[in-house]
Design a protein around this ligand. Structure first.
Ligand code: SF4
Ligand code: SF4
Length: 148
């Protein structure tokens, strides 16, 4: 039986603000941000990103401001919306939220867009899940396991 999920982003901003978290970037995300910001990729990394130790590697993630808002949260919205990373574009249709027993309901406690609005069918949701699965983050080896 095909499942459907109800979701409509209320733009409450909770998933972009107030909490520490990781927004990992794929090579495509980095390229898109470089184009959007009209800056070299190295400069995007330097100004807007940080390296996060994950096992024996470090992965590229967006920085946060001192108040723990995403670095790109500005004036009530995402300042790079059209070029936002795939991790942002596919939320809340992430594997553990969609597939785990009770995952969707648990996530609804932090995202008021879950359970309301338009119906998302199986095909559309599976396409988002596949997009996320393919989106390996930019990473580099870290012999010490340390980021910067
Ligand atoms: S928490 Fe949910 S409703 Fe709020 S901005 Fe994020 S996706 Fe939209
Ligand atoms: S890049 Fe944009 S959509 Fe993604 S967390 Fe930052 S402000 Fe939110």
């Amino acid at each position: 039986m095909n499942r459907t999920w109800r979701f409509h982003c209320t733009q409450c901003s909770r998933c972009c603000r107030f909490e520490e978290g990781f927004v990992f970037l794929t090579p495509g995300d980095l390229k898109g941000l470089s184009r959007r910001l009209v800056r070299e990729e190295a400069e995007v990394i330097e100004k807007f990103c940080r390296w996060v130790p994950m096992g024996g590697a470090v992965q590229l993630s967006l920085r946060e401001k001192n108040n723990r808002d995403c670095i790109f949260w500005t004036d009530g919205g995402c300042s790079v919306y059209e070029a936002r990373p795939v991790q942002c574009r596919t939320y809340p249709f992430w594997r553990h939220i969609v597939d785990e027993e009770g995952g969707w309901e648990r996530e609804a406690a932090t995202c008021p867009g879950i359970g309301v609005g338009e119906a998302w069918g199986e095909r559309k949701v599976q396409a988002l899940l596949r997009a996320r699965m393919r989106s390996l983050p930019v990473m580099r080896k870290s012999p010490t396991g340390e980021g910067r």
